[in-house]
Design a protein around this ligand. Structure first.
Ligand code: HEC
Length: 112
């Protein structure tokens, strides 16, 4: 009986933990999925970022040229260059629509 209670308790703790972790905080998502190219600071000055000529998200002009809908679409479906080669993969299988929206809001905050 004692053991069952213990098992039940640890099961509940696990469930609570899983519920809390199901949507990762936006900063964590940025660091895990996006920063290796776009940079922790959004400037795109990483090794890969420089090679791919990423836009600088701290630049107000760059931000002004980007529409939220396009950014959401790019993050969900990915980005291709003019030759049709995929330069950024889509994240719709890994991130929820809400997580993607939060990431776009996160990008907006890089503007200086
Ligand atoms: C493999 C490198 C790489 C990773 C990882 C990456 N991107 Fe990109 N991203 C690119 C490239 C390349 C472009 C196209 C060039 C540009 O717009 O700077 C781009 C463009 C974008 C754009 C602009 C699309 C437009 O409308 O111009 C957004 C928004 C974006 N990425 C968001 C993200 C988010 C959010 C993540 C993480 C979930 C992410 N990226 C991860 C390489 C990457």
């Amino acid at each position: 009986m004692k053991n069952r209670t213990k098992l039940l308790t640890s099961g509940l703790v696990f469930l609570a933990g899983a519920a809390l972790c199901s949507a990762a905080p936006v900063a964590e998502n940025w660091d895990n999925h996006c920063a290796k190219c776009h940079g922790a600071d959004g400037k795109g000055q990483t090794k890969v970022g420089k090679k791919l000529k990423l836009k600088d998200y701290t630049d107000a002009k760059v931000q002004a040229e980007l529409k939220d809908e396009d950014m959401i679409k790019a993050t969900a479906d990915g980005v291709r260059d003019s030759a049709g080669k995929e330069t950024m993969k889509g994240y719709k299988d890994e991130l929820s629509a809400d997580e993607i929206k939060e990431l776009i809001a996160h990008i907006r905050k890089f503007k200086t």
